[in-house]
Design a binder for this molecule. Structure first.
Ligand code: GLN
Length: 304
């Protein structure tokens, strides 16, 4: 397995040349464009890795699945989906236009920014500090990594440059989708995007979902129904407006982030964490998607 991973990393690294590292924050622009790494964690406890699996990066949009889990645990499925839809938007992750033009006055799904900011507003706590502390503790629990923390420089960059996110959040407040304090919701959202980890972190997260929401020690955190909801939304909306093509090419529930990470879930089998910061036009890791397509083919991981 390790040989296969090594071979596939070296084969797919070349695709990075056609993409670009996220540069809306100077700090993100510092990533090595040619980096590519993978970490596989199987349900029976085996771990395999290759390439730049140990490089730290911010999980960005991958955090959207973590906050969705906690928001549902805090508020119940019915409440959360009364505020956020379950349909792919077909638009870029930071798009604003459908918020006003669609007949439903709620974000299309929790994987686009508007939906994720609404979800962040639902995390319980007496103030912003407590809400994010609960989210970070929950992230530590399900990634089984106690050292998890935010990259403070990136958090500052997110809040200094996130003007579209501010505008969406205020619009959502006006529509009654966000009930609490808008700036607190934004701050939780920017912090969750700035959580830093490695391919191993997101591989363990993938394994948690592959194991139906049960930790390695056997403790059940999510109901089977909740785990199904998250995995389904990963398939339909997890790769932004490339989710359809990715489902055809790779066929594995996955969530990407503009930090270059992809968290993939092979139900009943394994979690996969990929890191490759050179992104395609939609914001997905270019070499990472190629690598996952090859691995899916080699190991017959396509869930369809
Ligand atoms: N922080 C980024 C944003 O809000 C994260 C989005 C992403 O990974 N797609 O725009």
């Amino acid at each position: 397995m390790e040989e296969l991973l090594k071979e596939l990393v070296e084969k797919n690294r070349k695709f990075a040349i056609n993409g670009n590292v996220a540069n809306y924050i100077p700090e993100l622009d510092k990533a090595d464009k040619n980096a590519l790494g993978i970490y596989v964690t199987t349900l029976d406890g085996q771990e395999f890795f290759a390439g730049d699996y140990n490089t730290k990066f911010t999980i960005q949009s991958i955090s959207k699945i973590i906050s969705l889990m906690l928001a549902i645990l805090d508020n119940g499925e019915e409440y959360v989906f009364s505020k956020v839809g379950m349909e792919p938007s077909g638009d870029p992750f930071n798009s604003i236009r459908k918020l006003e033009t669609s007949s439903r006055k709620k974000p299309y799904n929790p994987m686009i920014n508007a939906g994720a900011i609404a979800v962040a507003s639902m995390i319980k706590g007496k103030n912003e500090k407590e809400r994010f502390a609960r989210l970070l503790d929950f992230a530590k629990l399900i990634t089984e990594d106690d050292s998890l923390d935010i990259n403070y420089k990136i958090y500052c960059g997110e809040s200094d440059t996130g003007f579209r996110n501010f505008s969406m959040a205020y619009f959502l407040k006006g529509e009654g989708i966000i009930e609490g304090n808008v700036n607190e919701a934004l701050s939780v959202y920017f912090k969750q995007c700035s959580i830093e980890g490695t391919a191993k972190t997101i591989s363990t997260l993938g394994k948690f979902l592959a194991n139906d929401g049960v930790l390695s020690n056997g403790e059940r955190i999510l109901s089977t129904r909740m785990a199904k909801i998250i995995k389904t939304l990963m398939v339909t909306c997890g790769m932004y407006d490339s989710s359809g093509e990715f489902a055809v090419k790779v066929g594995i529930p996955s969530k990407s982030g503009v930090g270059g990470g992809i968290c993939s879930v092979v139900p009943g089998k394994m979690g996969i964490g990929v890191y490759g910061p050179s992104l395609d036009k939609k914001g997905n890791s270019l070499a990472g998607v190629h690598l996952l397509a090859d691995l899916s083919e080699e190991l017959s991981l396509n869930i369809f």
